[in-house]
Design a protein around this ligand. Structure first.
Ligand code: ADP
Ligand code: MG
Length: 321
């Protein structure tokens, strides 16, 4: 018989990261996290459910990787340094092999970003992975959704739309080559959290969000919370070569505009700080592209590549619609 405690021990044994801020990790009734003087604690939770956030046949390793990546992405979006996580694991049965593979993916990310697993809960139920992440910023320095001002420039990191195209591939709606498939599915199953870019744009960016629901939907949250509008130059939205090659077959610009799961950052920068931002990006070799501008008023105007204009109600994935 495999007990709950065997599983917890098995998981904990794979962890290598030890942070000085974690005063008490796994093993007591609650973990203890120290916060450095002059800093604030940021806390965020994201859950992955089977069939909703990952296809049923996703490997345990990729699930572990993605469960942490999507949470790291929330810290990135705030310009925060991730420190520690709690993991709430619901498993249909006590499966050592599954937990081992899951832990490999999870701790691969944890090691990269030096994040310590400091506690959690293990229960029986439909496969679901809840992660609560904790990070810090210098007091007052978090990048919020509400800080965009008319005249600010809008940037997107990396490229968007690959994860959405990957879902079309999995649904059998899009035929691609083996190498395109590999790249697109890699973006869906193993998203890169832009933690380093989030830290680098702190002091330059006026607002930031990570793109989990779709570029227009998530930019829409910034606009709504900042009480501003914007114009997006659709032809400037950065695409991977793999997506460019199949953009027409996937339904054109709808994929990069409306599909989610890419976990890139969308942020705004005051025009006076654009030079400084561009210097930081090029010094570190970070990829981010200017795609539009914040304006007074409301709504998101899309300047389409064919010269047409569309004003849209931001939309993306809503779990209850
Ligand atoms: P309690 O009975 O107080 O809920 P548990 O028996 O659930 O405690 O957990 C024992 C210890 O193992 C706690 O420190 C808890 O944080 C940790 N733990 C349980 N499940 C996990 C998990 N999935 N990941 C990390 N730590 C876990
Ligand atoms: Mg418990």
């Amino acid at each position: 018989m495999v007990s709950e405690f065997d599983l917890i021990r098995q998981l904990a044994a794979k962890q290598v990261v030890r942070r000085k801020e974690v005063v008490q990790g796994i093993g007591d009734d609650a973990a203890i996290l120290g916060i450095p003087d002059g800093h604030e604690l940021l806390v965020s939770t994201d859950t992955l459910n089977i069939g909703v956030h990952f296809p049923e046949d996703t490997s345990a390793r990729d699930i572990g990787y993605k469960a942490l990546a999507v949470n790291l992405s929330d810290m990135a979006a705030m310009g925060a340094k991730p420190l520690a996580v709690n993991l709430s694991l619901s498993l249909p049965r006590p499966d050592h092999a599954w937990v081992s593979d899951f832990a490999d993916g999870f701790f691969e990310q944890a090691s990269t970003y030096h994040v310590q697993l400091m506690g959690g809960d293990t229960t029986r139920g439909p496969l679901s992975i809840g992660v609560t992440i904790m990070g810090t910023v210098k007091s007052g320095c978090a990048i919020r959704r509400s800080g965009a001002q008319p005249g600010d420039l809008i940037y997107v990191t990396g490229t968007v739309g690959d994860a959405g195209a990957a879902l079309s591939v999995l649904r059998g709606e899009l035929n691609v080559t083996q190498s395109q498939r590999h790249v697109l599915l890699g973006r869906l199953n193993r998203p890169s959290a832009r933690v380093d870019i989030g830290l680098a744009i702190q002091g330059h960016a006026s607002a930031c969000i990570d793109i989990s629901d779709g570029l227009t939907a998530d930019l829409g949250h910034i606009l709504e919370q900042s009480d501003v509008g914007a114009t997006l130059h659709v032809a400037q939205i950065p695409l991977s070569t793999e997506l460019k090659d199949c953009l027409e077959a996937t339904g054109g610009w709808a994929v990069p505009l409306y599909s989610g799961d890419d976990y890139e950052l969308c942020f705004t920068v005051p025009a006076a700080k654009q030079g400084g931002l561009e210097t930081v990006l090029s010094d570190y070799g970070y990829s981010a592209t200017c795609v539009g501008r914040v304006e007074a008023g409301e709504g998101l105007k899309l300047l389409m590549p064919d010269g047409g204009t569309e004003v849209i109600m931001p939309k993306g994935y809503d779990h209850f619609m």
